[in-house]
Design a binder for this molecule. Structure first.
Ligand code: GLV
Ligand code: MN
Ligand code: MN
Length: 419
């Protein structure tokens, strides 16, 4: 066994703490400092520039592609060989924490700093990157940058996506100076590795810091618009209403009933965004808009759940005399990660004497897109407070982060020396 690399945990932690300040806000619900760094906003731009600065300071060659993905290269001995790529994202949800995505990016930079310090030369190039709009909260489609890179979504389609204010991805890329020149369909890597916080309770429950990820479950996002009729709250008889709010409430309850029924396996359904209009105490809502997020580790059961939901919407619309329009926001199938890379990660964790468990990812990740173009796998890091995430309570301790990035570092080193 060759000597094992150990990253500089203090330096990694200092980077995480520094980046956390970009987009920091006071979260009323928790009383904590959170991170709000939606894709292609000024905060995201500042964080991007900070990461690029770290990359340059580490002697890396930085390039930006046409969807705003950023890659930094540490050259290997044979530049003709496909590189080993690490990456994740630095955009956050509206109420984000300091670790989701950023651990994989700052951890990747730390791996390359560690190789520099140790004077290690690798056979292959190693790259670290971050992908645009992984969260999907601003422009409505998650894993956007990596999906464009993998060819699932066209550049043109992605460029035209608009936020709630009508600002497009393309215009925002130009505005923040990350409308790069590199081809978004990047050279195919030898392998892709992503380290990410687990965002769930399994690792902590098992008493381990590290997880080897077997794959990612299917994700389905749609936006529903219910159109009924506004009328007086006091005078309109109950049985002659076309109440869009009532129908929306019924959809929320049905989504939960579907999960509880057990008919759709391990289905998870969430209505995370719901608004009624005109939004007045004494007016029956004429319109309700809501999003539905479905997750399922089984594609067939996901299809069955979507079909049931479509049937329910048709029936409830007829019952209440309303119209329901559905717009597809995102849909990805179950992705299985490469068994060989999973095995390498497991062997690496063992060599580092780090106990681990194998898990399926509940959250979406850029790795599920990049898996379409090269062998891919992920390392998970345990979180505290039950692994809670997408809230400022999200927290992984320095030891767990260091252990996860040590696994990443040594696995990447081995892949980068593969002939
Ligand atoms: C990404 O964070 C997701 O929604 O799974
Ligand atoms: Mn993430
Ligand atoms: Mn996230």
């Amino acid at each position: 066994m060759t000597e094992l690399l150990r990253i500089d945990r203090r330096r990694l932690w200092a980077s995480l703490v520094e980046l956390r300040e970009i987009g920091a806000y006071d979260d009323e619900a928790t009383g904590l400092r959170g991170v709000r760094r939606l894709a292609l906003t000024d905060a995201d731009a500042e964080a991007r520039r900070r990461c690029v600065q770290w990359m340059v300071e580490a002697g890396l060659q930085v390039r930006v592609d046409r969807i705003g993905n950023v890659y930094a290269t540490r050259p290997g001995r044979d530049r003709s060989l496909p590189c080993v790529l690490m990456g994740s994202h630095i955009d956050t949800v509206v109420t984000g924490g300091a670790f989701d995505g950023t651990l994989g990016v700052l951890g990747g930079i730390e791996v390359l700093r560690t190789l520099n310090d140790a004077g290690v030369q690798t056979l292959r190039d190693i790259e670290v990157g971050f992908f645009t709009e992984e969260e999907g909260v601003r422009f409505g489609t998650d894993m956007l940058g990596s999906a464009v890179t993998a060819g699932r979504i066209t550049l043109d389609h992605a460029h035209k996506l608009a936020d709630d204010d009508g600002k497009t991805v393309k215009d925002e890329l130009v505005r923040i100076g990350f409308d790069g020149a590199a081809d978004e369909r990047r050279p195919i890597p030898h392998a892709y590795l992503e380290c990410h916080i687990e965002q769930g309770p399994i690792l902590a429950g098992a008493g381990v810091d590290v997880g080897i990820v077997e794959g990612v479950q299917s994700i389905s996002w749609q936006r529903l618009t219910v159109r009924g009729e506004a009328a007086h709250a006091g005078t309109t008889p109950i049985d002659s209403r076309h109440d869009a709010g009532l129908v929306a409430a019924g959809i929320v309850v049905e989504a939960r009933r579907m999960c509880d029924s057990g008919e759709y396996g391990q289905l998870r359904a969430t209505v995370g965004n719901l608004a009624v209009a005109p939004g007045q105490t004494n007016v029956i809502p004429h319109e309700a808009t809501l999003t539905i997020d479905l997750r399922n580790p089984d594609d067939a059961l996901m299809t069955a759940a979507e079909q049931h939901l479509a049937g329910y919407l048709e029936a409830v619309a007829a019952e209440h005399g309303v119209d329901i329009a559905s717009e597809r926001m995102a849909k990805t199938a179950v992705v299985a990660f490469d068994p060989g890379i999973q095995g390498l990660l497991a062997a690496t964790a063992q060599d580092l004497s780090l106990p681990f468990v194998r898990v399926m990812s509940g959250a979406g990740h850029d790795a599920q897109e990049i898996a379409a173009i090269c062998p891919t796998a992920m390392v998970f890091v345990a979180g505290e407070h039950g692994g809670i995430s997408h809230t400022p309570r999200e927290y992984s301790n320095p030891g767990a982060c260091g252990n996860g990035i040590d696994v990443l570092a040594n696995a990447v080193l081995r892949l980068a020396d593969e002939a």
